[in-house]
Ligand binder design. Structure first.
Ligand SMILES: Nc1nc2c(c(=O)[nH]1)N[C@H]1C(S)=C(S)[C@@H](COP(=O)(O)O)O[C@H]1N2
Ligand SMILES: [Mo]
Length: 355
């Protein structure tokens, strides 16, 4: 099967089938500091597994001094931490690439922020006693399927240093409620700052291993590659991005916006996994101006911004772009890669300001 659509080709039924299973956050959801659970984006590679909370166990094994088997009650008895975390799918923006890699065809809406509660993974790894010869931890989910002709459990790895960062949680609550089935019930890994594929849902096992993990989701699915034979670089943290709540009212089919002329406040959020957001700019028909940043919500959560616009009658294109403390900003021409990952192209919103 071809891995990309023909240049300019419309969405295929297989892509639509994925798009109806995996929802995006409606952009008006950017109004909330914390995304309501039912509006948070969703990405499930295979099927949502049927996990029984009473018989569920998390096994920690491999190169550890003391293998552990923990129940949900065991995890809930451990020290808890609650963090607001913005999560984005690495495939966000894929459908804007041409030729389009065939996969979940996200535009810009594969993002959400939740307050996650769980126990720090570092404490569990300390109890298990990760041996000095272990280099990585492999996280396995309860879901199974075929991807790239390989039958597999969903699995990802982190180095020991990455896995023991204090913000890495085994999360059992989202917005103060037990995880819903589609978000990883009963327990998922949560790795703030990283693209979503890292945060393995329906976690069943953590294995300490002596060599870098070479599973499909690690070295094949989430690497920046310019061609099929390029081994590529791993996709890790979220690239910097700003999004805007489309102002005014939409046309049902085209989503083009209409609004009255005069003062209007444009609002949105900005985030990135490498460094804090220090600047957001709004583009009005290609002319950039400074937006005002709201207060930070937390180290790993998006930051609100506003921009007061005196909307003149006519057709306009509104854009926004974020810059982080490293000086990194967003491209106006996307960088293409085989899997269509991390396309943080600036968002454009077409509006008609009435006469
Ligand atoms: N076990 C398992 N974990 C998974 C996935 C999956 O398909 N199976 N999808 C990953 C991807 S690609 C993303 S973007 C996030 C999405 O998390 P959410 O659906 O809770 O928003 O979960 C990640 N964890
Ligand atoms: Mo994803």
């Amino acid at each position: 099967m071809a891995s990309t659509a023909e240049p300019g080709e419309g969405i295929r039924l297989e892509e639509l089938q994925l798009a109806t299973r995996n929802r995006g956050m409606p952009l008006e959801g950017l109004r909330y500091d914390v995304t309501p659970i039912g509006m948070h984006y969703l990405l499930v590679h295979f099927d949502i597994p049927d996990v029984d909370a009473d018989s569920w166990r998390l096994r920690i094994g491999g190169l550890v001094e003391r293998p552990l088997e923990l129940s949900l009650a065991d995890l809930r008895r451990r020290p808890a931490r609650t963090l607001p975390v913005t999560m984005e799918c690495a495939g966000n923006g894929r459908a804007r690439l041409d030729p389009r890699p065939l996969s979940q065809p996200w535009l810009v809406e594969a993002v959400g922020t939740a307050t996650w509660t769980g126990t720090p993974l570092a404490g569990i790894l300390a109890d298990a006693g990760v041996r000095p010869d272990a280099v990585e931890l492999v996280f396995t989910g309860a879901d199974r399927g075929t991807q790239g002709d390989i039958e597999q459990d969903y699995q990802r790895s982190l180095t020991v240093a990455q896995a023991t960062a204090p913000e890495v949680l085994l999360a059992y609550e989202m917005n103060g409620r037990p995880l819903e089935p589609q978000h990883g019930f009963p327990v998922r890994l949560l790795v703030p700052g990283w693209y979503g594929m890292t945060s393995v849902k329906w976690l069943t096992a953590i294995e300490a291993v002596a060599a870098p993990f070479e599973g499909y989701q690690q070295i094949e699915a989430y690497t920046f590659r310019e061609s099929d034979d390029d081994p590529g670089q791993p996709v890790t943290r979220m690239r910097v991005r700003a999004l805007m709540i489309p102002p005014g009212i939409p046309d049902f089919y085209t989503r083009v916006r209409s609004l009255d002329p005069g003062p209007t406040t444009l609002r949105g959020r900005a985030w990135g996994g490498f460094a804090p957001i220090v600047r957001v700019e709004v583009g009005i028909d290609g002319v950039w101006a400074e937006a005002t940043l709201g207060p930070p919500l937390g180290e790993h959560a998006w930051r609100s911004w506003t921009y007061d616009w005196l909307a003149p009658p006519g057709e306009h294109t509104l854009s926004c772009r974020a810059t982080d403390a490293d000086g990194t900003t967003q491209p106006t021409v996307p960088a293409w890669n085989v899997k269509g990952l991390a396309n943080n192209l600036v968002q454009d919103v077409a509006v008609t300001v009435r006469a």
